[in-house]
Design a protein around this ligand. Structure first.
Ligand code: SRM
Ligand code: SF4
Length: 592
């Protein structure tokens, strides 16, 4: 393959980060050799009819292989055992060629391959909403993109016309829509050529690693987390080329690194949250580990204290060892009980820390907690703010619900090049931030037409709006979200008064209980759910309230369900719902 060892290199005129490739392991492609199978494993594999070389069991330890082969497993585990999802990395390029030559089409492909395994290459078949087209999910560690990358993303979707668009996701990531299998191999290669990748972004893989969109420019940060975020990404994806060693976890896994008390990546809802802290005894800046936060249909939980302090040098080896420990020991029987929290709860944080330390060959330190006595007020990233570098500012524009088009990617690139340092950062609120703008350029920047569309001073509710994909493209959605969210925000802004000086409520929408739109972290969260209107089933929402983010974050709770989105009088923005939802929310004085 012509895929080279390239990593995102964010080279900027202000000397910002250069990220080196992750050092190779034992073998030439950076991936260690799997453990040779024991006699018991050989026998179990034979009985089950699996070929170890192509099975997802290939890189598990013998103890784990035995456990999996001897226990009852679910459909997804069976699919991976029969053939690892990593097979998609090679198959995508072959498929592209075959489809272009008219020798096959997506309809002819094995269902597990087209709908499941291709997710290992970042290709999500939209069978229900747009059959034959794929959503392509990238890895954009820390949300960092260069102008070249932005232009490439715009160029990828432009040819798909009406079907082509993109998303800024709730993991500060980018997704492309409209991709066909005839084009996918070329896009995969193009991503690698541009220092990006889409490998290992779906099913039981690590998700986009989040950090802080103002890392390196933040006057209040303890350290710049970007090099670590990129290094963890490089480690677990083998520099974007695909890492079969870590390609069969029991379930997805989210990692976030926070540089300040604002906790911009919401570490409390990540399986692994690394929170920068100054060690109270030594003064060393490292990370406290929080474990197990996640949302799902059946369970929503904030993370618990992992009672572990890792130094900056330990971060990448810690994450590698944690992923191996999870891979070999995490429960795999029930998909609703397979996220990291279930292993952490079974073992307790101390045994968990010791198991990881053992794999790393070190004794990991216990957690180190800093006391803060001052009152904490979380910062809002939107707008123009002074950086720690004298004379420079960042400008963060609001992209309502995160939906973008080919022209937007090109416009972002133009602004970053013209005023900033040739880079942007995406945020978990689905917005775009331009760093390193000389202060004497700010007035000219504000006049750019882009900021009429994506505002630096957006209206109150639009400012904090977040929305998942919803039924426009997502097959499991109960309701349409993005358009409805934007429309409701607009109408409520007309109908309600938002006092100056009080942070307006952050409103999140999510189309189903998977909560990709994280309703539990919002002041007001609307989750797609069943409802009845005049005795007939209709699109509805469950309403959540009281979520918070930053230091001391708490999850919001459901306070109403079965609320119809549409009533005879019009859309969800009807007055009655508005009154019920907002009447006791801080930041809103009265209803019209
Ligand atoms: Fe998600 C599955 C979209 C962030 C929890 N998520 C899906 C799928 C892949 C379902 C599908 O096959 O259609 C959605 C793809 C729809 C599409 O066409 O875009 C989907 N999730 C998204 C995105 C795009 C929402 C957005 O508009 O921003 C986010 C992509 C993030 C990324 O860049 O990787 C997204 N998903 C999240 C988050 C938020 C977060 O990470 O902070 C969560 C809750 C946090 C968590 O995971 O703990 C989330 N998504 C889920 C779940 C429930 C997981 C579970 O343990 O049960 C599923 C279903 C699953 O994995 O079985 C899911
Ligand atoms: Fe789809 Fe549900 Fe996630 Fe929204 S919350 S993107 S509807 S899976």
């Amino acid at each position: 393959s012509s895929r080279g060892h390239q990593l995102l290199v964010a080279s900027t005129s202000n000397g910002a980060a250069h990220y080196a490739a992750y050092p190779s392991g034992a073998s030439s492609n950076g991936v260690a050799a799997p453990e040779p199978p024991s006699d018991t494993v050989k026998q179990l594999l034979q009985e089950a009819g699996y070929d170890l070389d192509s099975s997802g069991l290939r890189y598990l330890s013998n103890a784990a292989r035995e456990r999996v082969l001897q226990s009852k497993v679910n459909k997804v585990e069976k699919m991976k055992n029969a053939k690892c999802g990593s097979s998609a990395w090679t198959e995508v390029s072959e498929l592209g060629q075959l489809i272009r030559e008219g020798k096959t089409k997506w309809e002819d492909l094995n269902l597990d391959d087209v709908d499941m395994r291709l997710k290992w290459s970042g290709l999500f078949h939209r069978r229900k909403r747009a059959p034959g087209t794929f959503m392509m999910r990238l890895k954009v560690p820390n949300g960092d993109l260069t102008v070249k990358q932005l232009r490439y993303l715009g160029d990828c979707i432009a040819p798909f016309g009406d079907k082509g668009c993109g998303d800024i996701t709730t993991r500060a990531n980018a997704q492309l829509r409209g991709v066909t299998l005839a084009e996918a191999d070329k896009i995969c290669q193009g991503l690698v050529d541009h220092g990006l990748s889409s490998t290992m972004t779906g099913l039981d893989n690590v998700r986009n690693i989040t950090g802080s969109p103002i890392s390196g420019i933040d006057p209040h940060e303890l350290l710049d987390v970007r090099p670590l975020v990129h290094a963890i990404n490089a480690m677990h994806t083998n520099n974007g080329l695909g890492n079969p060693e870590l390609a069969n976890l029991p379930r997805k896994l989210n990692i976030g690194l926070s540089n300040s008390r604002d906790d911009f990546p919401h570490t409390h809802i990540n399986d692994v949250g690394l929170k920068a802290v100054k060690h109270p005894d030594t003064g060393e800046v490292g990370f406290n580990v929080e474990l197990g936060g996640y949302f799902s249909i059946k369970r929503n939980t904030v993370s618990i204290d992992g009672n572990t302090f890792v130094t900056q040098e330990q971060v990448v080896p810690y994450c590698k060892a944690l992923l191996e420990v999870f891979r070999d020991n995490g429960p795999r029987a029930d998909r609703q009980k397979s996220r990291l929290m279930w292993l952490v709860e079974e073992w307790g944080p101390d045994k968990f820390r010791e198991a990881i330390g053992e794999r790393m060959g070190v004794k990991l330190q216990q957690g180190a907690h800093e006391e803060h006595n001052d009152e904490f007020k979380r910062r809002d990233l939107i707008g123009i703010h002074a950086q720690k570098q004298e004379g420079l500012s960042w400008a963060c524009a609001c992209v309502p619900a995160g939906r973008v088009f080919a022209d937007d990617f090109h416009e972002f690139a133009k602004i970053a090049e013209r005023y900033g340092d040739g880079t942007v950062r995406l945020t978990v609120e689905q917005n775009v931030l331009f760093p390193n703008i000389p202060n004497d350029r700010l007035e000219a920047l504000k006049q750019e037409p882009l900021f009429q569309k994506y505002r630096l001073e957006p209206a109150s509710l639009t400012r904090g709006l977040v929305s998942c994909t919803g039924s426009e493209f997502c097959g499991v959605a109960i309701i349409e979200t993005k358009n409805r969210a934007m429309e409701m925000a607009r109408k409520l802004e007309e109908e309600l008064d938002f006092p100056e000086g009080v942070a307006p409520p952050r409103m999140h929408w999510t189309g189903c209980p998977n909560s990709c739109g994280q309703v539990q972290v919002a002041d007001i969260g609307l989750m797609g759910g069943p409802a009845k209107l005049n005795g007939k089933a209709t699109e509805g929402v469950r309403i959540f309230k009281g979520g918070s983010v930053g230091e001391g974050a708490e999850l919001g709770a459901e306070f109403e369900k079965g609320v119809a989105c549409a009533e005879e009088s019009g859309p969800l923005s009807n007055f009655r719902l508005a009154r019920r939802t907002f009447s006791d929310t801080p930041g809103i004085l009265s209803t019209a």
